[in-house]
Design a protein. Structure first.
Length: 135
């Protein structure tokens, strides 16, 4: 399948196309490309993921972007995820959108290399009333 090819290729031109496809106009493409970038741990795509998350309006795509950032990002990317959550809080905090809290928590957990996971624990405390995180 095409997805298997994209996941397994080491071709530089194809990988560059993958990194740029995160800016596609179709949200389904952005969502799946973010998943592929995360699975491939394409650190070189980090800035594209961050740029797209900052302008993303679709909750499903944003969740995939966050998960990918969690796999390829840096600890400072936690603040980008937190900012997106704050700016989109009203869309997320409803029965159809609260799944985003789980994906944000997953990404923050991967990025949080602080002693005692300070960032992820703060996130859970702040949003526990909105989304009951399981331990």
């Amino acid at each position: 399948s095409i997805e298997a090819l994209l996941l397994s290729t080491t071709n530089t031109e194809i990988n560059n196309a993958i990194m740029n496809a995160v800016f596609a106009s179709d949200r389904h493409i952005r969502e799946h490309i973010a998943d592929i970038i995360g699975e491939k741990h394409m650190r070189e795509a980090r800035s594209n993921l961050v740029i797209q998350l900052n302008r993303e309006t679709n909750l499903y795509t944003a969740a995939s972007l966050m998960e990918a950032i969690g796999k390829v990002g840096e600890i400072e990317d936690i603040h980008i995820i937190l900012k997106w959550i704050e700016l989109n809080y009203n869309s997320i905090n409803n029965p159809g959108g609260n799944f985003v809290f789980k994906h944000a928590r997953n990404a923050i957990s991967l990025l949080d290399c602080s002693v005692k996971n300070i960032y992820v624990n703060q996130f859970i405390r702040k949003y526990q009333k909105d989304f009951p995180f399981s331990k």
